[in-house]
Design a protein around this ligand. Sequence first.
Ligand code: M6R
Length: 366
Amino acid sequence: EKGEFRHFMQKEIHEQVRALTDTLAGRVDFDNGKIRLPQLNLDAEGAKKIKKIIITACGTAAHAGMVGKIYLERIARIPTEVDIASEFRYRDPIVDADTVVLAISQSGETADTLAAMEEGRQRGAKLWSIVNAIGSQAMRVADGFISMQSGPEIGVASTKAFTAPLVDLFMLAVLLGDLRGTLSEKERFDLVADLRLVPDLVGRCLDREDEIIPIARKMKDAAHMLYLGRGVNMPIAYEGALKLKEISYIHAEAYPAGEMKHGPIALVDKDMPVLAIAPLDPWYEKMISQIEQAKARGGSTLVVATEGDTRVPDLADHIFWVPKCPWLLSPIVTVIPLQMFAYHIAAQRGLDVDQPRNLAKSVTVE
Ligand code: M6R
């Protein structure tokens, strides 16, 4: 039940500290800097054989996959593609026995995702899945799986089943990097140590919920919004925009920030609020200049920024503060205020947050 919360979505946003703590439990050996994912059925020989990973998923799960691509390429040095499940099998994909098709799904019953897995199977790939619903089809048909520890998710807008797979993908990348010998011992220890920080960092974002409510009040009648992010936080722009669209019915569009100058900047004027995700990561300077450009064109600016940042306050009309964190893990942190922002806008608009129009929790038709 919802307990102290008005909606399941709000409750589930707050359950993320617990979900992420459970995600790490039993899988991360901090003393030895090791990751254990026994249900993947993976050994060093199997790990070394992999030539390519194709992540396939829909919606929010696909956004998690976009972050996962960066983890798998950077940490494990395995070429990785992300394919929207409804596109994958219609493009005659290049898949063989050295390819892993990795499906991500909260429900484990999404028709498009299951069809993409079947396509991978037909073409001889190894099948892995990251799934929340225990015993679901996406778990059963896989050769190996990682079980999300999110617990049941009721709200149609996925929240805790987004952050858990981000941690799963990070752990998977470290495990593969270890088994394939692409990580030095120090790198491995450092990456594993960073994981320990995650639940607390998310909790500190949740503690700032009261600061987000007035920002939501200001923006709740916006007609449009542009979300910008870059690098590891580019997928978070997509995820933040999707959250806003699906529950508040405000048109939100996401772009990789560097694409702005190739067209979308023409949209920016005083009626186009720009939400930029600009934590202290390797793309920070680029994001700052993007925010300057939006401001120069009269757009109101909302910025996700790291506590202590001294430049963002001069540029932003509204700031979503997040704690300082290792940049590779920052998407798990920066998405939290965007979930709360979308939630509070929809709640203030008096909408049916948990059951938005035209949507179902599990999309079992193609
Ligand atoms: O159950 P799945 O993770 O396979 O669902 C995929 C999408 O339908 C789902 O993430 C959808 O985009 C959510 N409503 C997003 O909040």
